[in-house]
Design a protein around this ligand. Structure first.
Ligand code: GAL
Length: 435
């Protein structure tokens, strides 16, 4: 939808905000131990801790509940169902999240993306359309399964699929979401970029200021409801959102334009996250977009690469496949406990690239137990013999020899060093946990 217009802004600008964020992230991590139940069912992966808002003093901050202490996990309707999603699809998905074991693996948010919106009533209150006859009843159903419900809107008058947006109704919409029992809001810029341009035709800085204010406005509206909701920004990474996302209450922010279910697009997005690690911490995450695992024609190796890359990035794991036809090998990828544990590691540190040689890239992610996840990717077209390339343990900040486990092979490797030989298949990955 209008993707041609979505240009990604520069990625690596440093900001004073980072230090501020890092400062309180440590406290937030420590407080994760006090996790309690959020609305709906609590899971170990989505503990509620406390955190300061960016603007708050430390004392006031301690009382603000934190969602997304670890990267949110769940499912979203867009990547597979797009504009066709119905109430029944959401109920079926909720059932299947439970019966497949995905809920218990951590996938607790069931997120309705664009096209649920109906007209506003005489009082301006948003209604769901005929595809969603009773949103409150749907929320009750999803909650009864120990899951949480997410919804979608835009700061513009229209969403990207040209349904009703929240412009001029922000508080009212947030209150309606709270009344329905919504736990997660994805707020997609869409037509608001036109409002920004119309207001300040030749002034990108003023347009960006308007954008931040629009996101802050909905943040305040959510806070006013008193209901904890994960706040997910979707504005394609414009204006280096990672530098100011936490200031407008974002728990996650899209860093790119839309993903699609093909290897080139997925890997381009994933690899493009290099350098953003310092912006992620408990409560706020870089979001390289929702998973396409199990969609399109991605091969098993490509699906494993996708899951691995997202886990290394501490990315939100929001599945986007049709669970009614999920194959066992796809379920095994989405529910690989060790890959999920890397993503959800309590330290909350995003991984980064430590070595690249053409299509071979090695990424490392620090883990709470002092170890590291080490992913050796082969983005190239032929199987890569690692002999001669080495594991590059030094670049990953590791000693010459480490104790390693191969996650996808589910195999302990014992002590290994740089001379460890491994063949990484075309478009594939070897994922190690070392210490
Ligand atoms: C796009 C967004 C997608 C999806 C779509 C719905 O802007 O990036 O993830 O939400 O809008 O119309």
């Amino acid at each position: 939808m209008g993707m041609g217009m979505r240009v990604r802004s520069g990625m690596l600008k440093a900001g004073g905000l980072v230090l501020l964020v890092a400062g309180w992230a440590v406290g937030a991590g420590a407080q994760r131990a006090q996790a309690g139940a959020a609305s709906g069912a609590a899971t170990p992966h989505h503990a509620v801790a406390t955190r300061p808002t960016a603007a708050a003093t430390p004392r006031r901050a301690a009382a603000v509940p934190m969602v997304a202490a670890t990267p949110p996990m769940g499912w979203n309707s867009w990547n597979y169902f797009a504009g066709k999603v119905t109430d029944k699809d959401i109920r079926d998905t909720a059932d299947l999240l439970v019966s497949s074991g995905m809920r218990d693996a951590g996938y607790v948010y069931v997120n309705i993306d664009d096209t649920w919106e109906g007209a506003r009533d005489a009082n301006g209150k948003i209604q769901s359309n005929e595809k969603f006859p009773d949103m409150k009843a749907l929320a009750d159903y999803v909650h009864s399964k120990g899951l949480k419900l997410g919804i979608y809107s835009s700061p513009g008058a229209k969403t990207c699929a040209r349904f009703e947006g929240s412009l001029g109704h922000e508080e009212q919409d947030a209150a309606t979401y709270a009344e329905w029992g919504i736990d997660y809001l994805k707020y997609d810029l869409c037509s608001y970029s036109g409002v920004m341009r119309a207001q300040f035709p030749n002034d990108p800085a003023a347009q960006n200021k308007m954008m931040r204010e629009a996101y802050e406005k909905m943040h305040q509206a959510i806070v006013k409801t008193g209901r904890p909701m994960v706040y997910s920004l979707c504005q394609y990474g414009w204006d280096s959102v990672w530098e100011w996302g936490p200031q407008v209450g974002a728990n996650l922010w899209r860093t790119t334009g839309d993903i699609s279910a093909n290897f080139d697009r997925m890997s381009l997005i994933g690899r493009g996250q290099a350098g953003l690690a310092k912006y992620a911490a408990p409560g706020h995450w870089n979001d390289p977009d929702m998973l396409e695992v199990g969609n399109g024609r991605l091969t098993l190796d490509e699906n494993r690469t996708h899951m691995t890359l997202w886990a290394m990035l501490a990315a939100p794991l929001i599945a986007g496949n049709n669970l009614t036809e999920m194959k066992p090998e796809i379920a095994a990828i989405l529910m690989n406990k060790e890959a999920i544990a890397i993503d959800q590691d309590a330290l909350g540190r995003q991984g980064d690239r430590v070595f690249a040689d053409g299509p071979v890239e090695i990424w490392a992610k620090p883990l709470k137990n002092g170890g590291k996840a080490l992913a050796i990717f082969n983005f190239g077209e032929t199987a890569s013999e690692m002999r001669g390339i080495g594991l590059h343990l030094k670049e990953a900040g590791l000693p010459a020899h480490v104790t390693a486990r191969d996650v996808w092979a589910a195999k302990d490797l014992g002590r290994i060093g740089d001379d460890y030989k491994v063949t990484v298949p075309r478009h594939g990955v070897v994922l190690l946990v070392v210490r």
